[in-house]
Design a protein around this ligand. Structure first.
Ligand code: ADP
Ligand code: MG
Length: 319
């Protein structure tokens, strides 16, 4: 029996109206994401990455087309259903950390649980356990302004995990960070994927990170122009040693108008023509559905940053 994707976008388009001007942010995007996958979305600034992520997250509606979550139409949810979906099924982190400065970081992490029917002491306990997960236990009574950017992003990740979501959506989460902090955040995201099989969709500008994804969606001009399956997926520990981008990815990055230079910096070249979408390269995740469902509902507090060293590769993923 064919597996049901966690996400399926069918012919998704999004047009923004800016006065008299129509901006076609997305033009007929088709994609499928399977449970337990680590997906990177890569492409030049303005190609529609954030728009796509926000539609998947139910933050805005497509102009045409449909998004299916676990086989169910997102458009069929009413406002309550959508709010519940955003609150409990997905965790989102952005380039900006969006922490509330007047609250300590435990209160920040516990905030999304305000709407859950659990006691304050349970909320705090869960937030504390997640602070440990992201390796910041000793900062519990600090406010966000007392933390570095990288630490604040880890707090934001902990906050996004507090409702035990199925899926992590991350929109350039390392964009504002120095390379060491960025690598720590990446390591954490990879670890969440590898250890608790959480589905991760990461928008990144950094081609060095593409080697950690199971599949990469290359975007250009509002379209997914290419899907690449990584034959060899790197583990979280390698992030700290990053600095090399495989030739295969350099070539693929070139096709979406990004030039990969030594430091993993991406600068754009504008005169690129879109290549036609490749044949369906979707591979189904090796996780049986029941197992995937189970792992997605499990508590995340067992995922510790410090445990990243002990991570086991995903079954059957590495070639
Ligand atoms: P990316 O994340 O790849 O940089 P975006 O999804 O943010 O791209 O934007 C895609 C296109 O849509 C860009 O041309 C952008 O200017 C435009 N756009 C994004 N959001 C809006 C909006 N709210 N109103 C009008 N245009 C928008
Ligand atoms: Mg963006």
């Amino acid at each position: 029996m064919a597996k049901i994707p966690v996400f399926k976008a069918v012919n998704v388009s999004k047009t923004y109206q800016l006065g008299d001007v129509e901006v076609k942010a997305l033009q007929g995007v088709n994609l499928e994401v399977y449970s337990g996958e680590f997906i990177c979305i890569f492409g030049q600034s303005g190609c529609g990455k954030s728009t796509l992520l926000s539609i998947i997250a139910g933050l805005q509606k497509p102009s045409t087309g449909e998004v299916y979550v676990r086989g169910e139409k997102l458009s069929a949810l009413d406002n309550n259903g959508l709010a519940k979906y955003r609150r409990s099924k997905i965790g989102i982190v952005f380039q900006t950390f969006n922490l509330i400065p007047s609250m300590n970081i435990i209160e920040n992490i516990a905030l999304p649980l305000t709407f859950a029917r659990i006691s304050k002491s349970q909320r705090i306990a869960r937030a504390k356990s997640l602070l440990e997960t992201v390796g910041l236990a000793k900062y519990s009574d600090h406010t966000s302004s007392q933390l570095s950017g990288g630490q604040q992003q880890r707090v934001a990740i902990a906050r996004s995990l507090v409702t035990a979501p199925w899926i992590m959506l991350a929109d350039e989460p390392t964009g504002n960070l120095d390379s060491k902090s960025a690598n720590e955040v990446m390591r954490l995201l990879i670890s969440l994927n590898r250890k608790s099989r959480r589905t991760v969709i990461l928008i990144t500008h950094n081609p060095e990170y593409l080697d950690y994804a199971d599949r990469i969606f290359f975007m250009q001009d509002g379209k997914v122009i290419k899907t690449q399956v990584n034959s060899k997926v790197k583990e979280a520990d390698d992030v700290m040693k990053a600095g090399h981008v495989s030739d295969e990815l350099k070539e693929a990055a070139g096709e979406v108008g990004a030039v990969v230079v030594e430091e993993g910096d991406v600068s754009s070249t504008s005169e690129q023509t879109a290549t036609p979408d490749t044949a369906d390269t979707t591979t189904e995740s090796d996780v049986p559905m029941a197992e995937a469902l189970e792992s997605e509902d499990t508590d995340t507090s067992d995922v510790s940053d410090s445990e990243a060293n002990e991570q086991k590769p995903k079954k059957g993923k590495k070639k």
